[in-house]
Design a protein around this ligand. Structure first.
Ligand SMILES: [Zn+2]
Length: 307
């Protein structure tokens, strides 16, 4: 068994019928251990969007259990995660994990992904596979891969936010009490809905990813395009202001930081017909797209946090 296999037993025992136990039972193929591989990423999406998670309602015990699971997965990967209380929502937290040096004043890369969703409404389950189990799976995969390889000298802070669906409350809580001063933040990269074809049902492009808030920062753009090319992703850079202008600013956690003058980017495959529907299920998430986005983010973060 891999180190993560052993840890998964403990986590499964601690957090109930979690992913570790399921993985053991199904004897997942060897490639499943590649944190950036489709098998590992999809295993997390399926676990997060499973009926047993009851749609990870923002105020629910299920969301709280997912936060505990995230803490266990990050500990197994070698992190010392902390939780941050969200003042507006009782008993809900952000889960924070720091990769890299702790004590210097060098710039910080922040990666955010919200883990909550709509829960069950009038007996109807909203699984939230793309929104946002996909973003959580990609962020967790990159966190695992960085900790396993330790090939990047800089600092990356992973923030799994709660209560996003209620009003970006998890991101607000982090912005009020960041692990490192916001002024030291090179960029916040927010992952929200990254698992489908680009604007499926309208533009409907494969291997394409939107990057809202990227224009205007030449270095960020240049490194992003290099990482995208290496991962086989076409990056569509969109200005946040343009979206506001056309009234299409679907707000996610990046706005909390952008409104505070911190460079922030929202990575997304955009809206699709299953957005906030009971049909946002794992079988509609593209395995190939998920892996491409994970390899893209890993490449971008590595370039940005290189010293
Ligand atoms: Zn979302």
């Amino acid at each position: 068994m891999s180190r993560r296999g052993a840890g998964a037993d403990r986590a499964a025992a601690a957090a109930g019928p979690g992913r570790g136990a399921r993985r053991q039972a199904q004897d997942a193929p060897a490639t499943a251990d590649d944190p950036l591989g489709a098998a590992s990423l999809m295993a997390d999406v399926e676990w997060l969007a499973a009926p047993a998670r009851h749609g990870r309602g923002s105020r629910s015990a299920d969301a709280r259990a997912v936060a505990a699971w995230l803490g266990d997965e990050l500990r197994q990967a070698g992190y010392a995660p902390t939780t941050l209380a969200i003042p507006e929502v009782d008993d809900q937290v952000d889960v924070v994990a720091v990769y890299g040096p702790r004590d210097d004043l060098a710039p910080t890369i922040v990666v955010t992904a919200h883990y909550d969703h709509l829960g069950e409404v009038d007996g109807t389950l909203y699984p939230g596979a793309d929104d946002n189990a996909s973003g959580v799976a990609v962020a967790l995969g990159v966190a695992r891969d960085l900790a396993a390889r330790r090939d990047v000298a800089g600092r990356v802070v992973f923030v799994f936010t709660g209560a996003e669906e209620l009003g970006l409350y998890g991101a607000r809580a982090y912005a009020e009490a960041p692990a490192y001063p916001l002024g030291q933040t090179r960029v916040v990269i927010n992952l929200d809905m990254v698992g489908r074809r680009f604007f499926e049902g309208t533009a409907d492009q494969d291997a394409t990813l939107g990057a809202v808030g990227l224009p205007g920062d030449a270095t960020l753009l240049e490194l992003g395009e290099a990482a995208a090319a290496a991962a086989g992703v076409a990056l569509v850079a969109v200005s946040a202001e343009l979206l506001t202008l056309v009234g299409e600013d679907w707000r996610s956690d990046d706005w909390v930081f952008r409104d505070r003058g911190v460079p922030a980017v929202h990575l997304s495959t955009g809206l699709n017909p299953d957005y906030h529907q009971p049909t946002d299920t794992p079988d509609r998430v593209s395995r190939a797209q998920l892996e491409r986005v994970a390899r893209f983010l890993r490449g971008w973060v590595s370039r940005l946090a290189a010293r």
